[in-house]
Design a protein around this ligand. Structure first.
Ligand code: ASP
Length: 437
């Protein structure tokens, strides 16, 4: 058994968090490859080191001294080292870094130092071999990860050293320069590492006990999702749930490696397990895996008696495409269809779109409804189960939620309802209370 464990910024924010990480690593000897973010916030009014490093660079750009910010960052590392009784020469390395600051340092190299120093300290603390991301995460000239080279280098480093620790978020360009990934990129490093060594599980340790079934700002204290498939996760993310970014899970998803989201502050919680497919259906009662939604859509309904639907639909889609308005859903009737698109994407183009459809398709009528929210109930267990949509719609109706449009994903993984923006939160609560909680 081999596990790759990635710890996010809040999990490595200070010495106390480092201690929790060590306990977690020591509790399971199969956790042999660790990836860390830069130290994050220790409390609400604290700062992430990555943010401070970006701030430093902004100061440099405008010719303003960033000495104070650099000292704050340096002190964070010195405190961690001292509190844990480590030996790493933070001062020496940090001062060498400061000396190079305004001369020859790119913004990417500067901000990558948050991960670098955090990883140096954590590697010593855990007794793991430090493997610099600049020597094992390789970008190609196109800015994409060179997977072959990255995979073989990480696999070889693990084989040679037994237990390794890699800083997240950055890698090396063919020119030798450091390049950082998008914000939150340590998740990508973790997934790349897990894929490189064919891990059995990729653990992503954070400060929540998994993905929640609904937005806690809408549903009080929603339960975490115990098991979810990658396909369900994709639906939830698409519908607005704030879960791991798709790009960041691709390497493990492709290889069918299970991804376990865990809470560093509550390691006893099992968290959320994301897998390719789930054979054993533990509970048949709870058939919704999660609920998500987004506000502010516009529905364009085109009516034309005896129309050649496919041609009119194609022409209308082309028109929306011309105005860069993505079509999220389509519902079809015999002599009508409705297109759901983002109101913001449509912007001022709405009247031009209507005029173009009038001119090209000559419909009997075009209706526009805006201020629509889409709410999706996502669940693999809904597939092939009769009567589910009926129950959902009945429950929404009984709570006064008027359904303006309905769509079901072709793979039956989700049922999506369009409701008035004003009913958005009620719809989510009704679905949660009735079917998920
Ligand atoms: N430290 C980087 C950031 O704040 C990367 C990460 O945390 O994953 O975005």
């Amino acid at each position: 058994m081999l596990k790759v464990a990635k710890f996010g910024g809040s999990s490595v924010a200070g010495a106390e968090q480092f201690k929790k990480v060590k306990k977690i690593i020591e509790a399971d000897p199969s956790r042999r490859l660790v990836v860390v973010s830069a130290a994050g916030k220790r409390g609400a009014d604290d700062h992430k080191l990555t943010d401070l490093l970006y701030l430093c660079h902004a100061h440099l750009t405008y010719g303003v001294s960033c000495g104070d910010i650099m000292n704050t960052i340096r002190q964070r590392f010195v405190d961690i080292r001292n509190e844990l009784g480590l030996h790493y020469d933070v001062e020496g390395e940090f001062d060498a870094l400061s000396a190079r600051l305004s001369r020859d340092m790119s913004v990417d190299e500067l901000v990558s130092r948050g991960e670098y120093f955090t990883a140096r300290l954590m590697a010593e603390y855990l007794g793991f071999t430090f493997v610099d991301a600049a020597s094992c995460i390789f970008f190609g000239f196109d800015g994409q990860i060179d997977r072959e080279r990255t995979d073989s280098t990480i696999a070889a480093a693990l084989k040679a050293n037994g237990k390794i620790l890699i800083p997240g978020f950055y890698g090396r360009l063919p020119t030798g320069k450091i390049k950082v990934m998008t914000r939150g990129g340590s998740d990508i490093t973790g997934a790349l590492a897990a894929a490189a060594v064919d891990a059995d599980v990729y653990e992503n340790w954070t400060d929540v006990s998994g993905i929640l079934m609904a937005d806690p700002k809408i549903v009080p204290d929603p339960s975490p999702i115990a098991h979810i498939t990658y396909a369900e996760l994709r639906e939830l993310a698409f519908m607005g749930a704030s879960v791991l970014h798709e790009e960041s899970i691709l390497p493990v998803k492709e290889k069918g490696i299970a991804l376990n989201i865990r809470n560093t502050n509550r390691p006893e919680d099992p968290g959320t397990m994301i897998v390719d497919s789930i054979e054993e259906e533990q509970s048949v009662e709870r058939f919704i895996t999660g609920i998500a939604g987004r506000r502010n859509f516009t529905i364009l309904t085109v009516l034309k008696r005896n129309m050649n639907t496919s041609m009119t639909l194609r022409q209308s889609l082309e028109i929306l495409d011309r105005y860069h308005a993505p079509v999220e859903h389509i519902t079809l009737g015999l002599d009508s269809f409705a297109l759901v698109t983002s109101t913001a994407a449509l912007g001022d183009g709405l009247y031009d779109v209507i005029a173009d459809i009038q001119k090209t398709c000559r419909p009997d009528d075009i209706q526009v409804q805006d201020s629509i929210a889409l709410v999706a109930a996502v669940g693999r267990k809904m597939t092939f189960r009769p009567g589910i949509s009926g129950r959902l719609f009945k429950e929404l109706g009984e709570h006064g939620v008027n359904i303006r449009t309905i769509a079901q994903g072709a793979d039956e993984l989700s049922i999506i309802v369009g409701v008035d923006n004003s009913n958005f939160e009620t719809a989510i609560r009704v679905l949660y209370d009735g079917f998920a909680g």
